[in-house]
Design a protein around this ligand. Structure first.
Ligand code: AMP
Ligand code: MG
Length: 711
């Protein structure tokens, strides 16, 4: 249906501008998708016209989408021009709006003039400049009762959960009024220049037209745009690239035509226009290939089967393991600087280690075949083989040569005798046989053979790994970008920082510094999202910000199902909450959800439970998200230094440390608010799910903090 799609992200900037919130054009065709940034409307108009002319010249069909309102809510065009048609409004504006090559323009004055012809002081309002304009109010005026706030297509988008702005609003975040007033004259000129080759949808039939121009709205693919933006792409670039790809892909597979069908009255369409894709958001998003988006979790990844009440720890861990996948992009680093990073690709040995057979000791080398049991006396050849100083030429059979540790074996040498086991004069060497074949030598590739996988994707690089990779000639590694872990505390009683005064009923935030430090020690980028009181709107605002800036959010507090558990309530209403009731102590439900596609792990508020849940569930979960292997802490079986009668039905974690006798002692109180016990401990004792009768000397599983990556 179309050979090419160009998407124009328009702008009302009053001066040349690039980057965010400026003009971008995205183009998709059979060769792929590109985008470019244009500083002025004049240049952008020329660029669009050039694309159109090229299409006409090559006989290709071009769809041009522009993100501005093609019409006003019904009534304005008729009122101003006598004709209930958007194109009449375009002509009216084209006569009055001036917009020079430096983006200087008069749209505010013209909006004021339009307002002056209507009762009520509006409909246009909003002024982002310091100068006042006659007839243009800064705040929202009342509308005459015959003018709607929104066009019909925008009303439909609102009903579908989008938040389209009205043409009337000229300033403020997300406003489209100004760019529409500056865009309609541009559309008017484009249409005039292209004549019969072009049709503007939905005003004219599009059949057989080389160029089709239509209004588009990036919010239809909003989550995908935000996902790219969160990973550093300019939002406008993401919008035009993803939209042009989506429309182009739909066009190639015959799925675009339904988007051009509406059952709305044609008279209304001619006056208000219609946004291409209204009601088809899911189809547009489905037409964006996964390869163009950052990795993302499935919406239902945390779902628990119905009827599951208490989940044993091991089952919960297994569910988490299968639910999670890497969400970070990758980059290439010098091996020497990659410690702490997670490999995103297998590392293949570029050469063998050792590359050639060499000597493991300082001594004398010879061919094994020419030695015997009893005393051997071999004449020495001149010269010596040392590490980095190979000896050229072959050693004749029955001869020996001086050789040092690490030296490549000269030709004719396959065995070495240790110098301490020899007697020598300058002409010969004497030693006792028999000597084992290949004695004191290292085979080529005995450590790693060229071409072998030395380290697998998912491996967390530690200092010894850098030695291995470097030895194998691997100077660069593909690693995951660090996982950005946001940490948010919630609770009306929480005071964010010990530097601030606290009333008797208030407590200082203990969890946030702990969780931030944990994330850092696990090799992630820790991002402090601060503290939110138990107000859903504030928590939602923090999560919105987090969704743009981090890859995963750890919250603490408010995660249970009670009245005051605002985090879980919010996640249930607006996210995709799944509360996992895990059979463990300490720990209440673990709240798992996606917020704008970003995983949220809701930890309990009690610091003891928050730490235990973070160690047991948070650590492996973050490792998976970061692209790493699933991690399981290493535990040790040690005698108990305590007594405890444990009931069956849940796993228990006790704050513990090893005493002077090598036995595990536990903190005096199990109270989950006792933070001092966390600090007293050096690890935790894990008691099994079943019943257990622990008395001193009974073996228990002790997991040191260090096994959880804590230092
Ligand atoms: P919640 O999970 O919100 O019901 O909180 C459980 C307990 O943990 C309450 O006593 C809270 O006051 C406490 N708590 C919650 N968040 C924190 C925090 N960040 N630091 C210290 N204590 C907290
Ligand atoms: Mg609370």
């Amino acid at each position: 249906m179309f050979d090419r799609v160009a998407i124009l992200d328009w702008s009302a900037s009053g001066a040349p501008k690039t980057g965010k919130d400026s003009i971008w054009i995205g183009v998709s065709d059979a060769s792929g998708t590109t985008s470019r940034n244009i500083a002025t409307r004049t240049e952008a108009e020329a660029a669009v016209l050039a694309l159109a002319h090229e299409a006409i010249r090559t006989g290709e069909r071009l769809l041009i989408g522009a993100d501005l309102n093609f019409g006003a809510p019904a009534g304005l065009a008729k009122h101003l021009t006598g004709k209930a048609e958007a194109t009449a409004l375009w002509a009216w504006l084209a006569e009055r709006i001036t917009d020079d090559a430096r983006n200087h323009n008069n749209y505010r004055a013209i909006a004021g003039e339009m307002n002056a012809t209507l009762p009520g002081g509006g409909p246009f309002w909003g002024n982002g400049s310091k100068t006042d304009f006659d007839g243009l109010p800064r705040t929202k005026p009342a509308l005459p009762d015959w003018l709607a706030e929104h066009r019909r297509c925008d009303q439909q988008s609102k009903a579908e959960g989008f938040a389209p702005k009205t043409l009337w609003q000229l300033a403020g975040a997300g406003a489209v009024g100004a760019q529409s007033l500056l865009g309609m004259p541009m559309l008017h000129r484009l249409r005039a220049a292209l004549g019969a080759e072009c049709a503007v949808w939905p005003f004219e039939p599009i059949e057989g037209k080389a160029i089709v121009i239509a209004e588009i709205y990036a919010a239809f693919i909003g989550p995908d745009v935000r996902a790219l933006e969160a990973r550093g792409k300019v939002r406008d670039a993401a919008e035009v690239e993803l939209l042009s790809t989506a429309f182009w892909n739909l066009a190639q597979t015959d799925r675009l035509s339904p988007l051009f069908e509406t059952d709305v009255d044609t008279a209304l369409l001619r006056e208000e226009g219609w946004t291409l894709g209204t009601g088809h958001g899911p189809a547009l998003r489905a037409a964006i290939p996964a390869s163009q988006l950052p990795p993302r979790l499935r919406d239902d990844c945390f779902a628990m089967p119905q009827g599951v009440s208490w989940v044993p720890v091991d089952e919960a861990l297994e569910r988490l393991r299968t639910a999670l996948a890497p969400v970070t992009g990758t980059e290439t680093l010098r091996t020497a600087t990659a410690c702490g990073r997670i490999l995103a690709a297998d590392c293949v040995a570029r050469r063998s280690n050792p590359p050639r057979p060499n000597s493991a000791v300082d001594g004398y080398g010879f061919a094994h075949a020419s030695t015997k049991a009893g005393v051997n006396r071999l004449p020495l050849v001149a010269g010596r083989a040392a590490a980095g100083q190979p000896l050229a030429g072959a050693i004749p059979p029955g001869h020996a040569v001086r050789i040092l540790t690490g030296a490549t074996l000269p030709e004719g040498v396959d065995s070495v005798v240790l110098e301490e086991d020899c007697a020598t004069d300058s002409a010969s060497v004497t030693f006792d046989g028999p000597v084992k074949p290949r004695a004191n030598t290292r085979k080529a590739g005995e450590d790693v053979v060229e071409g072998a996988v030395a380290l697998k994707a998912g491996h967390h690089l530690r200092p010894p790994d850098l030695a291995l990779l470097s030895a194998l000639g691997i100077g660069e590694v593909t690693v995951h970008r660090p996982l950005r872990v946001g940490v948010l505390s919630t609770g009306d009683e929480i005071i964010a920082s010990p530097d601030r005064p606290a009333l008797p009923h208030q407590i200082y935030d203990a969890n946030r510094p702990m969780l931030l430090a944990l994330a850092r020690q696990w090799g992630h980028l820790a991002i402090d999202l601060g503290h939110a009181p138990d107000r859903p709107a504030t928590i939602a605002g923090k999560l919105d910000r987090a969704a743009r800036e981090v890859d995963v959010v750890l919250t603490s507090g408010g995660a249970s199902a009670g009245d005051e558990d605002h985090v879980s309530r919010l996640l249930r209403e607006k996210g995709t909450l799944s509360s996992w009731r895990i059979a463990m102590k300490p720990g209440r439900p673990l709240a798992l959800a996606l917020w704008e596609g970003v995983p949220v792990i809701g930890l309990p508020g009690n610091p003891v439970a928050a730490l235990v849940c973070a160690l047991i569930f948070g650590r492996p979960a973050l490792s998976m998200l970061a692209g790493g292997d699933w991690t399981a802490p290493q535990g040790f079986t040690v005698p108990a230094a305590f007594s405890k009668s444990k009931k069956p039905g849940r796993r228990e974690y006790l704050r513990a440390r090893i005493n002077a006798e090598g036995a595990a002692e536990i903190f005096a109180s199990e109270g989950s608010g006792r933070i001092s016990g966390l600090s007293w401990a050096d690890g935790i004792v894990e008691l099994p799910d079943g019943a257990a009768e622990i008395t001193p000397g009974v073996p228990v599983r002790y997991i040191p903090y260090a096994s959880f990556g804590l230092t």
